[in-house]
Write a protein that binds this ligand. Structure first.
Ligand SMILES: [Fe+2]
Ligand SMILES: [Fe+2]
Length: 287
């Protein structure tokens, strides 16, 4: 099974700007222990048969596509605002193009290419849980999602647009890695799930399947372009060291989220039913 670092490397290799490419490669290399920890958490989450409450905790906190996409659209609006306020035509053009690239990151999420991802996530969570109790506020773990909430808020209102773009670039690159990593695990998780809906595996986990292939990797390349255009327009080179730092921080934020989430899922399971790990004799790649 490919590691997160193996999955993102070809996408990073496609980045033309040497400084950006090296910064991203090095930050993934430097984050090896963090990535290992994320992978271990994801494997335990998706290789365990969880009782209902733990599953609800997972789906309430793992992702929130509608809210996430809204913050990307907010950043697009902020770039458009910057473009409208720019007097120099060449710079204005670059700012408009930067906003256009940002908008492309949200096409699938907002439903321009099919069902929007908020709906797909809700369907998937309900299919896996067997009901929609996962939506209840009592499953919300504010502390686990603190870092992602801060990223989203920064995209919407943070003072420095370069910072907002760098955080978002790190997120899109990571997303490509995570969705590709979890897709085979989810297939096994689905087949072992007691409650998975009556539809086919393909239908039940459509949210995950829609994010693999070129979807998130495409978003990552739009983010690189969006950042480069904004920096050019504002007369500053892309600070590769800063980008590498933001990337490492993002991975740490995700690691902290999954460790926290897993701990709560375990705690909830221990308070209720026993849990069992899925048989590891079936290679996930064969599913
Ligand atoms: Fe999405
Ligand atoms: Fe994305």
């Amino acid at each position: 099974m490919q590691s997160l670092a193996d999955i993102v490397k070809p996408e990073i290799d496609r980045v033309e700007d040497v400084a950006i490419r090296e910064a991203l490669l090095q930050s993934y290399e430097k984050s090896a222990p963090t990535l290992k920890s994320i992978q271990e958490s994801l494997r335990e989450i998706l290789e365990t048969v969880w009782p209902e409450d733990s599953l609800c905790l997972f789906f309430k906190n793992w992702r929130n596509p509608a809210v996430g996409a809204g913050s990307f659209c907010a950043l697009t609006c902020r770039l458009l605002e910057a473009a409208l306020g720019e007097r120099l035509p060449s710079r204005q053009q670059q700012l408009f193009m930067s906003a256009a690239r940002l908008a492309e990151v949200s096409y699938e999420d907002m439903g321009l290419m099919g069902k929007n991802h908020g709906e797909l996530y809700e369907e998937m969570a309900t299919n896996f849980c067997g009901h929609d109790n996962w939506r209840l506020d009592r499953y919300r773990l504010e502390e686990a999602t603190q870092y992602l909430t801060a990223c989203r808020e920064y995209r919407e209102r943070g003072g420095d647009l370069v910072e907002a773009l760098m955080i978002s670039l790190a997120e899109e690159l990571y997303n490509h890695g995570e969705f590709t990593f979890v897709a085979p695990l989810f297939k096994k998780f689905h087949d072992a799930s007691h409650a998975a809906g009556s539809g086919s595996r393909q239908e039940n986990m459509r949210f995950v399947l829609e994010h693999i292939g070129g979807t998130e990797s495409g978003h990552f390349s739009y983010m690189v372009e969006g950042l480069e255009l904004y920096c050019e327009a504002s007369g500053q080179p892309v600070d590769a060291t800063r980008l590498a730092r933001r990337n490492c921080e993002f991975l740490q934020g995700m690691d902290s989220m999954f460790r926290h989430l897993l701990e709560e899922m375990r705690g909830s399971a221990q308070a209720g039913k026993d849990v069992s790990r899925l048989q590891s004799d079936t290679p996930v790649s064969a599913l």
